[in-house]
Design a protein around this ligand. Structure first.
Ligand code: UT7
Length: 334
């Protein structure tokens, strides 16, 4: 039997209209544009500020654009996986809401939680469903409404995050394109450094948890920074070496957009000029599971069939990894 590869056949994306810039953030907390630009690299971020709209709204917009761009019939979708840390509800899954909103009749759907590495883990997961030969058309989404878990009185976290969603269509091919290899890792010892303190089964919501901002991101930035730099750099170098890739034949590195200094460190380790690294942190900030597909959404027109791409991410858990993709089509699909 011929080997089945899982190829990405299209991309869709969505960011909310409202722009929260550094000037406005500087009115909320004691900070300024210069500090945010030099220490993080975010100029502005998008915020979904209409009441009653959650992550599934952005995921739906991204997936609708994806279906239109790939000319997909809703009846042909087999599976939807949504990577998110900010689901609409604890249950049911955001993916199940998406199925309804997209009118999918023949699909099953579930959410995947791996924080900022969620899209990376989801991409390898859906690639394996395709490789099994049983599934033909899968939508994989990375979507997060980080503003819903951000404390806008905490200057050490609120400038970082933004809201957005991105989606890929993944399909089978017998050609040598698609998700070629991956190295994914988790180390649960990262828990103390990056988490949401309340709202889960260990610490259910109470007046105390609300009064003490325990439903917002808690991060020990310096520690997370250190692990993010070393793990993303090491894993990107490892997947490159394993697949005979180097600075001359890597077309693009797509790093999680958490901090421009982390992105620079990864580029340095890979010996790549920054113009071979996808960067849009300045526009959207850290949209968690959405950063990787939103990079492809922004840079799609520059991509060519056969391009060697390395996706890499790091997030809470800790979770991290790298995925090697051989891109499957030229330019932008409309
Ligand atoms: O996506 C999931 C993974 N997450 C990450 O990868 C994030 C990793 N961490 C980071 O990106 C950085 O650690 C941060 C951006 C969160 C913080 O940058 P930093 O350079 O590590 O700053 P710091 O926490 O060491 O703080 C340095 C100083 C402190 O002042 P003192 O104690 O030196 O007087 C902070 O109080 O900067 C101060 N500071 C600020 N000053 C102005 C912290 N936040 C701000 C701010 N504006 N917004």
């Amino acid at each position: 039997m011929e080997k089945i590869n899982a190829v990405i056949t299209g991309v869709g994306g969505y960011v909310p209209e409202y722009i929260l810039n550094n000037e406005e953030i500087s009115k909320m907390v004691d900070t300024n544009d210069e500090w945010i630009m030099t220490r993080i690299g975010v100029k502005e971020r998008r915020i979904l500020n209409e009441e009653g709209l959650g992550t599934s709204y952005m995921a739906r917009k991204a997936a609708k654009q994806l279906m239109q761009r790939t000319g997909s019939n809703p009846d042909d979708i087999d599976l939807v996986v949504v990577a998110t840390s900010t689901p609409d509800y604890n249950f049911p899954s955001t993916a199940s809401i998406l199925c309804d909103k997209l009118g999918l009749k023949n699909a099953f759907a579930f959410d995947l939680q791996a924080a900022c590495s969620g899209f990376l883990f989801a991409l390898e997961t859906v690639a394996n469903f395709i490789r099994s030969g049983r599934y033909k058309k899968i939508i994989v989404v990375g979507a997060d409404k980080m503003s819903s878990i951000t404390n806008y009185t905490d200057r050490s976290t609120c400038p970082i995050f933004g809201d957005g969603a991105g989606a890929f269509m993944v399909e089978p091919t017998t050609e040598d394109y698609g998700v070629i290899d991956s190295i994914l890792r988790t180390d649960g010892k990262g828990l103390p450094f990056l988490h949401l303190k309340a709202g889960g089964s260990v610490c259910p919501p109470s007046y105390f948890t609300v009064d003490n901002h325990m439903h917002s991101i808690y991060q020990e930035g310096r520690t997370v920074f250190k692990y993010a730099v070393s793990n993303m750099s090491d894993v990107s170098a490892a997947i490159a070496e394993k697949n005979g890739l180097n600075k001359d034949n890597i077309s693009w590195v797509i790093p999680h957009q958490a901090n421009m200094r982390i992105i620079d460190a990864v580029a340095h380790r890979m010996e790549l000029p920054i113009d071979k690294v996808m960067v849009n942190i300045n526009k959207y900030g850290n949209t968690s599971a959405a950063t990787l597909p939103l990079c492809i959404w922004d840079f799609e027109e520059k991509l060519k069939k056969g391009d060697n791409l390395i996706f890499t991410a790091f997030g809470a858990g800790f979770t991290w990894g790298a995925v090697y993709v051989k891109w499957g089509y030229d330019g932008k699909k409309h």
